[in-house]
Design a protein around this ligand. Structure first.
Ligand code: KE4
Length: 427
């Protein structure tokens, strides 16, 4: 593969954009080398500025579940743009997509649209604090809920249960209200409730983790969190920015049959345009301004262009046959890669839920952040670049999940498995 133009573009970008990117993970720091610059994309393929074609397993980190340049979405955006792109007034479109989303997702009566997953999760936590009149939140090491201060917290030293900032600019004052638990370890959550009795507003988690690779909830884990929240009058917040409208029409709530109190969305709900959202039952959402006292606002929230893209996308997903197709394709890829890596005697483990999958070069099962960190990152980097050179575009970090699109054909999957066979021999 020739990356001449991408390299030149990256050098130019670095002069005017911090790190040459508008979001850090795109800079390939976790895998080394320079990022490819995409010129266009169609279906399951990315085409970079050097004319290379890649089979895409990131799909814009989740949104492109039906493929790039998906005609119903593109046409909806084109039509809408000709009517003007933003008014800062209510539009009928927002009510239409809100009604559709509420009809697809269990246990929500109202939804508020925002512009990113970060905004959705930040607002959901403020709402939980406002509703419960409590300050502390529990999150899990390795789960990512966007870059709001309350979430950029790493496990504190053993002595303390509250977190410490994991980014300059986050204050100790903020960090003291974020408590860190271990994913799939219900005792670690119980302990925090015991130590912070009556101070915890909510637990926020990815019901299927996708930011430490793909990590499913262990059997009963979500149900136990539900019970803890009920017993301690805390809210359960499912961050479904990745899983919403991807794992099922009703997301992880539908897939696992566990009801959250607040659900956040991003990625798929916007059809590739900037949309986030958070939703809950009336008695919680009615606390939100202008109805209630919890303030939240945004100039471009419910933007007509983004709503048109999101509405077109959700309409396509209402007929939920796509989820069975995605699940089959992801299982096929899983089995194919498993066979090739085993044949090459490459130590690895593969995690998969629905159309989310990740490969870990680790001999131990990956069930939380600590076990995910045991993976051999050097092997991952070689695997990533080997596959990239084979025209397969994977997430440029061992701590990310891959997202399949239903635009993938079984020929694309076979091409990917064949590439995996060749690369496995080099590891
Ligand atoms: P955004 O603000 O990036 O739209 O959403 C934040 C967010 C919230 N919750 C979950 C579960 C998420 O995965 C994300 C964002 N995901 C990352 C991928 N790990 C986006 C990629 C990036 O940061 O560029």
């Amino acid at each position: 593969m020739i990356y001449k133009r991408s390299s030149a573009l990256f050098a130019a970008a670095q002069k005017v954009l911090p790190g040459g990117v508008n979001s850090p993970v795109r800079a390939f720091n976790a895998v080394g080398g320079n990022p490819i610059f995409v010129e266009r994309a169609e279906g399951p393929y990315l085409y970079d500025e050097d004319g290379n074609r890649f089979i895409d397993y990131i799909n814009s980190w989740g949104p492109m579940i039906l493929g790039h340049a998906y005609a119903p979405v593109v046409n909806a955006v084109k039509e809408r743009a000709e009517k003007g792109t933003s008014f800062g007034t209510p539009t009928a479109l927002e009510t239409e997509i809100a009604n559709l989303a509420v009809s697809m997702v269990p246990n929500i009566d109202k939804i508020r649209f925002v512009n990113s997953g970060t905004e959705a999760c930040m607002s959901a936590v403020r709402l939980a604090r406002g509703y419960t009149q409590k300050d502390k939140i529990i999150k899990f090491a390795g789960c990512y809920h966007g870059h709001s201060d309350s979430f950029l917290i790493q496990a504190g030293s053993g002595a303390v249960t509250f977190g410490t900032p994991n980014s300059p600019g986050v204050t100790k004052g903020t960090a003291k209200d974020t408590l860190l638990a271990t994913y799939n370890d219900i005792d670690s959550v119980q302990n925090l409730f015991d130590e912070n009795e009556d101070e915890i507003a909510c637990i926020i988690l990815e019901p299927v983790a996708g930011n430490m690779g793909c990590i499913p909830p262990s059997a009963g884990f979500l149900e136990q969190l539900r019970e803890l929240c009920d017993n301690h009058k805390a809210l359960l917040v499912f961050d479904e920015v990745m899983t919403g409208f991807r794992l099922a029409k009703g997301g992880a709530q539908e897939l696992y049959g566990v009801n959250a109190d607040i659900v956040t969305f991003g990625k798929v709900i916007g059809g590739g345009l900037p949309v986030g959202a958070f939703a809950a039952r009336n008695e919680i959402m009615d606390h939100l301004a202008p109805e209630g006292p919890v303030y939240q606002a945004g100039t471009l929230s419910g933007n007509p262009l983004a709503m048109a893209a999101g509405l077109a996308m959700l309409k396509e997903l209402e007929n939920d046959e796509v989820y069975a197709s995605l699940k089959k394709k992801t299982a096929y890829l899983h089995e194919g890669m498993e066979e090739k890596l085993k044949a090459a005697k490459v130590t690895h483990t593969i995690n998969r839920v629905g159309s989310m999958i990740s490969v870990h070069f680790s001999e131990t099962p990956v069930t939380d952040f600590e076990s995910a960190a045991l993976g051999n990152n050097e092997t991952f980097k070689k695997f990533f670049h080997g596959m990239l050179n084979e025209g397969i575009y994977l997430a440029p970090s061992a701590f990310e999940t891959w997202f399949l699109t239903d635009a993938l054909s079984y020929d694309d999957l076979d091409e990917t498995i064949a590439a995996c066979e060749r690369v496995a021999k080099t590891l």
